[in-house]
Write a protein that binds this ligand. Structure first.
Ligand code: SAM
Length: 280
């Protein structure tokens, strides 16, 4: 139960590129709170002045989350209300805010979400890929080896996968997706959503990899929505693993993999990868 003598923490979604996406409720909330906690105060001052507001701002960033959380919890405990915003989209979605929201809940402070845009949901909703169930992977590890080994763990993930990626890594990431998930897996690449040069490209990983940096410009912000492993492929994989295990009880790994490929129709490379994954 929230303690009503305390203020309310509003977690407010803001536009991801188009200022018209700031909802009427978000505007009203920002106008009535005592304090706005923002990732970049200059950026948020611009957003507020666009709707004629001059609220008091406090910086709340990843590197000062703990210190600012203490200050903001004190402010909330005095009965003042606070709006948490990030530079774009929904706070906490690959953005700061978790420390504050968790501390507020622990302190019995009411936390209210003011829903707004998020690149994740916007991209997913136009991807043409199943959205009943999906996983959000945020940003992949920056280092190539760590990124590839993380993608290996997702190779047989049956749900649609959503990734955020920085422009200078998108070519390498799509190349890794293609190498690990296979050339024929589908991807929807959303770029500059809600902005002037918004685009959505969909196709196989091989097709999109070939076009990136060519007719798909390497500019702006990207969301990658990738199809999950098909159920048929999942079934093949389970069967191949079963066959490999039986054969490997009698034969060396190389011969067992070779025979598994022949019996199940899965490529020998895929069996090798599979058996390595099983051994990990
Ligand atoms: N909190 C934000 C949200 O709710 O979407 C995400 C913030 S995260 C730091 C920034 C990443 O989100 C970008 O690198 C990009 O992957 C994605 N993103 C944000 N705005 C976008 C846009 N307009 N078009 C495409 N991707 C976007």
């Amino acid at each position: 139960m929230a303690d009503e003598s305390q203020g309310v923490l509003y977690v407010v979604g803001t536009p991801i590129g188009n200022l018209e996406d700031l909802s009427a409720r978000a505007q009203r909330t920002l106008a009535t709170v005592d304090l706005v906690a923002a990732e970049d105060t200059r950026h948020t001052r611009g957003l507020l002045s666009n709707i004629g507001l001059k609220q008091t701002l406090i910086v709340y960033q990843q590197h000062n989350e703990s210190r600012q959380t203490e200050r903001l919890i004190d402010v909330l405990a005095e009965g003042k209300s606070v709006a948490l915003v990030s530079d774009a989209g929904t706070p906490l979605i690959s953005d700061p805010g978790l420390t504050l929201v968790a501390a507020a809940l622990d302190a019995g402070i009411e936390v209210v979400g003011i829903p707004g845009p998020s690149a994740l949901v916007t991209a997913l909703s136009i991807s043409g890929l199943p959205a009943e169930r999906f996983i959000f992977e945020g940003f992949l590890p920056r280092r190539a080896a760590a990124r590839r080994s993380h993608l290996e763990t997702l190779r047989h993930e049956p749900r649609t996968m959503v990734f955020y990626e920085a422009v200078h890594r998108v070519v390498d990431t799509v190349a890794d997706l293609k190498a690990i998930f296979g050339s024929d897996r589908r991807i929807a690449l959303a770029r500059e959503l809600t902005k002037l040069h918004e685009s959505l490209e969909s196709g196989t990983l091989a097709q999109i990899a070939a076009r990136l940096g060519d007719d798909i410009p390497l500019k702006g912000e990207f969301v990658l929505v990738v199809a999950g492993a098909s159920e048929a492929a999942g079934g093949d994989v389970a069967e191949a693993t079963r066959v490999f295990e039986i054969l490997h009880a009698e034969l060396p790994a190389t011969s067992a993999a070779k025979l598994t490929a022949k019996i199940t129709g899965i490529s020998r490379n895929e069996v090798y990868r599979l058996t390595r994954a099983c051994a990990d």
